[in-house]
Design a protein around this ligand. Structure first.
Ligand SMILES: *Cc1c(COP(=O)(O)O)cnc(C)c1O
Length: 455
């Protein structure tokens, strides 16, 4: 046995006091958000009609490396942070691998995922601006749950548009949000103009994140004292999530470990962007030689099969355009059980880094993901979220490669959350009736047909 503890905790006093802005280290900055009407980069003024002022400033800041975490947010973080970095001794033993596996566990809070790290920051800035409330979308429900908790803490109203299929399949998530005081509407709905339009075009649709975003934005811009907040994709969200990477960096330093491979699941890219932030900085500066791998579902393969192009972030085409790896805003992925990975696009920051060759990406089918999840649950005890299990799957595969080669690599992965609200998916897997939906090239061509003509 090595003398590395099963869990490495930081003291409260060692919790980061600043977030790290990865864009400041990038040789090629991510392309700016563009106004679909004018084709020009979005100004702070235009963005502040939709988003909170201070969050707009963070969104547009690509040069300041460190940004102070306000004391109010740090106090909230202390309820569940610093989160542990766990050495997966039991899984290593089971796999008989010489690799060393570490995971940063973000599921130790009631919302069950890393999303609370950004939710509390966004709620804080909304409160500071004197707003009445915020609107948002949620897919599987993790973001809506996190935001509901954060809004309850700061006594803000919270209106959540929840992708219809999840609203129906995950009634318990919905009730958690309502318990925290949020109102939850299945999307697409008849409450918004864009919802009515989408329902007219696609009657019977089970919805998508893109639809729900359009509805939430519409409600924010048409109601006095409201702004829209988003749980992933945006630079500000990656900034808040950098606390994951900074804590991981500090914990690894404590135990004297240098990562050889860092793995994270990628939906909109926020947990991955946060986890890798300080390591990517070192990699860009030539101070760290390490592979960074994004793992996405084969049913929604933005990185591995997407186009790097300007696209709409939402189905209703009312949001700014972002240059990202995308499957097209009209692409509605098959109902994969990892709801949090069903967005058609990807963070502009990660898209640029991937385009510039700083990171790799793989896509995995969901039955293999659940096989890995089950293996992990049976050895490490934690019941992982389906999203997180994408990273587990890739980490296990890398550990098994080390078994072949005898290499003692240090593999670090993000375990973003728990899967207690995903038991319908586990049930399907346990009953042997889980499908692997993989879009055809034709499906993808259809998604790209609506790409805007912006370079
Ligand atoms: C939302 C979610 C993800 C994916 O979102 P990212 O922005 O790509 O991090 C991953 N894991 C869990 C548990 C989630 O809730």
């Amino acid at each position: 046995m090595s003398n590395i503890p099963y869990k490495t905790y930081l003291d409260e006093s060692e919790m980061p006091k600043q977030w790290y802005n990865l864009r400041s280290a990038m040789p090629n900055k991510p392309a700016p958000l563009v106004n679909p009407g004018t084709g020009q980069p979005m100004t702070a003024e235009e963005l502040s009609g939709v988003f909170c002022e201070e969050l707009v400033a963070q969104e547009l800041d690509e040069t300041t490396p460190y940004i102070d975490i306000p004391e109010e947010i740090r106090s909230f973080y202390k309820m569940y942070r610093p989160s542990p970095l766990v050495r997966a001794y039991c899984l290593e033993e089971k796999l008989q691998t010489p690799a060393k596996l570490y995971y940063k566990f973000e599921g130790n809070n009631t919302s069950g995922s890393h999303k609370l790290n950004s939710a509390i920051a966004q709620a804080y800035y909304a409160k500071k601006q004197g707003l009445k409330g915020v609107t948002t979308e949620t897919g599987a429900g993790q973001w809506g749950t996190a935001l509901s908790m954060a809004c309850a803490y700061f006594e803000l109203d919270c209106k959540v548009f929840m992708v219809k299929v999840s609203y129906e399949q995950k009634p318990f998530r919905r009730e958690v949000m309502r318990t925290y005081g949020a109102s939850v509407t299945p999307s697409p709905s008849m409450k918004t103009e864009v919802g009515k339009k989408i329902l007219a075009q696609h009657p019977g649709t089970t919805g998508s994140l893109g639809c729900a975003i359009s509805e939430a934005v519409e409600v924010a811009v048409t109601n006095e004292g409201y702004r829209y907040v988003l749980g992933s994709v945006l630079n500000q969200v990656l900034l808040h999530q950098s606390i994951i990477g900074l804590e991981t960096e500090a914990a690894l330093k404590k135990i004297g470990v240098k990562p050889d491979i860092i793995i994270g699941c990628a939906g909109g890219g926020s947990n991955l962007g946060g986890l890798i932030a300080p390591f990517m900085r070192d990699k860009i500066n030539g101070d760290l030689d390490c592979r960074i791998i994004a793992v996405e579902p084969a049913s929604c393969p933005s990185f591995t099969r997407g186009k790097f192009a300007y696209d709409f972030c939402d189905t209703g085409m009312i949001c700014p355009l972002a240059k990202m790896y995308t499957l097209g805003s009209g692409f509605i992925p098959a109902p994969n059980h990892a709801g949090g990975l069903r967005f058609h696009g990807m963070s502009t920051t990660l898209s640029q880094l991937y385009h510039d060759g700083y990171m790799e990406a793989i896509a995995v089918p969901q039955t293999e993901v659940f096989e890995a999840a089950t293996r992990f649950a049976r050895t490490e005890g934690i019941l992982p979220a389906p999203e997180s299990s994408h990273a587990i799957k890739a980490a296990i595969d890398e550990a098994l490669k080390c078994k072949e080669t005898g290499e003692e690599k240090n593999i670090v992965f993000g375990l973003t959350g728990t899967g207690y609200f995903d038991l319908v998916a586990y049930q399907k897997y346990n009953d042997g009736i889980m499908d692997d939906y993989i879009p055809t090239d034709e499906d993808l061509e259809k998604g790209w047909a609506g790409l805007p003509n912006v370079e």
